[in-house]
Design a protein around this ligand. Structure first.
Ligand SMILES: [Fe+2]
Length: 242
């Protein structure tokens, strides 16, 4: 089952879809691509808004969209793309920011070098055992940090998500394939923002993984995706990729 773990499809809540019409157009594209489940992950910045207010806004955006959804659209699970902050460890509503029905949290790292301080902060979050962490679009941090820094982050008890679009450019495709082969990347997402931004469908990434690595590798990532949605233990998912 194709599951898109990263999207900005809820209307008017972040820098993603600006209207119900645009959300529907994006969902039409996803349906045509064969996506069965999509996680709506609007940006959550704890310095800008309280988690409580964010969750109310997110749920309202979904309720606005809901009457326009078509039977062929992928089922939507609510989640968030949570920007890392040292404050998250003490956020009382942290669990509520997880992907609906799971304790998996999509965590976005700041776009700076991944320092020991940042990596230690993520480790502290995992050690709390409140949530299991998915690092969002792990390949993107390589614009800001050394591969070895990213390896240090991904060696924690976390899983990694790649953006389908990152498979389209030669250099970032190479990085994505390397991250998969080294066991750091487990799932895909489109990170779909706007209908005209050039975001690529989920199957684009899977097709490249199938042809450049192997169909079995793509199947393994689909299997990891299904396990996360079933809220399987993160250790089991990490073991599958090792
Ligand atoms: Fe995103």
């Amino acid at each position: 089952m194709l599951i898109d773990f990263h999207s900005h499809i809820l209307p008017g809540i972040d820098d993603g879809s600006r209207s119900i019409e645009e959300s529907i157009a994006i969902l039409d594209t996803m349906a045509q691509d064969g996506v069965k489940l999509v996680v709506a992950t609007p940006h959550f910045y704890c310095h800008d808004i309280s988690a409580e207010k964010f969750l109310i806004r997110r749920d309202m955006a979904f309720e606005e969209l809901r009457p326009y959804l078509k039977p062929e659209h992928p089922k939507i699970l609510l989640g968030a793309e949570v920007l890392y902050s040292s404050r998250l460890a003490s956020e009382p509503l942290l669990e509520k920011l997880c992907i609906q029905g799971t304790n998996y949290l999509l965590l976005e790292m700041p776009y700076v070098r991944l320092t020991n301080n940042l990596i230690d902060g993520v480790e502290e979050l995992t050690d709390l055992n409140r949530v299991s962490i998915i690092i969002a679009h792990i390949e993107r941090y390589l614009h800001f940090t050394a591969y070895s820094d990213l390896e240090d982050l991904m060696s924690l008890d976390v899983v990694g998500q790649l953006n389908s679009k990152s498979f389209s450019e030669r250099r970032s495709r190479k990085n994505c394939l390397k991250l998969i082969k080294q066991g750091y990347a487990h799932i895909l997402g489109t990170d779909f923002h706007r209908i005209d931004r050039g975001d690529l469908p989920l199957s684009y990434g899977y097709d490249i993984i199938s042809s450049k690595i192997s169909p079995e590798e793509a199947d393994l990532m689909v299997a990891c995706s299904e396990m996360i949605i079933k809220n399987a233990d993160i250790d089991k998912i990490i073991l599958m990729r090792e």
